[in-house]
Design a protein around this ligand. Structure first.
Ligand SMILES: [Fe+2]
Ligand SMILES: [Fe+2]
Length: 169
């Protein structure tokens, strides 16, 4: 399943890289729109499971973690909007349709296979970190992007921790 996740993600990333080559700001904005949705999906599923009575220390911890990550991604998104990443109608149209599809895929994925949903999101966060790192090579003084790139790396670590919590007794 991990290989399947990688295959789907790599082809999506290649398409996005091709479409958005030379348009860094728009690419960052779209990545941030997409990066938020798994956390909303995780929260939706955890909330739904809580409503069904599946509630314990782990689910409480995960809800807090994913809420903080969703807020953090929203801050990233606002920064990209401040920089004009969403100025074109076509980018907004593309991102909002893609995120709608991606959100529901992640809801079903997290409900039926949380480990796989985390695996997909870890790969996305790693890709986002790599994307920002490439930009920073040409723009080493962009402090805000440096902070955002570090946040993405933190998300990778937090998601790995969440993944190991699932497998621990
Ligand atoms: Fe982000
Ligand atoms: Fe992130």
């Amino acid at each position: 399943m991990n290989k399947f996740n990688s295959l789907i993600l790599n082809s999506t990333v290649k398409c996005l890289d091709f479409i958005y080559s030379g348009r860094d700001l728009q690419r960052f904005w779209i990545l941030e729109v997409i990066a938020r949705s798994p956390y909303f999906a995780f929260l939706s599923v955890l909330h739904f499971k809580e409503s069904l009575g599946i509630k314990n220390d782990k689910t409480m911890f995960l809800m807090k973690e994913h809420f903080c990550q969703a807020i953090n991604e929203t801050e990233h998104l606002k920064e990209m909007e401040k920089r004009g990443g969403d100025s074109f109608w076509i980018d907004r149209f593309f991102a909002r349709h893609l995120v709608l599809l991606y959100y529901w895929i992640m809801v079903f994925y997290y409900f039926f296979s949380p480990a796989n949903a985390y695996d997909v999101n870890i790969k996305i966060e790693q890709h986002t970190f790599t994307t920002y790192s490439k930009y920073l090579k040409d723009n080493p003084n962009d402090q805000k992007i440096k902070e955002i790139a570090q946040d993405e790396l933190n998300h990778v670590q937090e998601l790995n921790q969440a993944l190991s919590m699932l497998t621990s007794v």
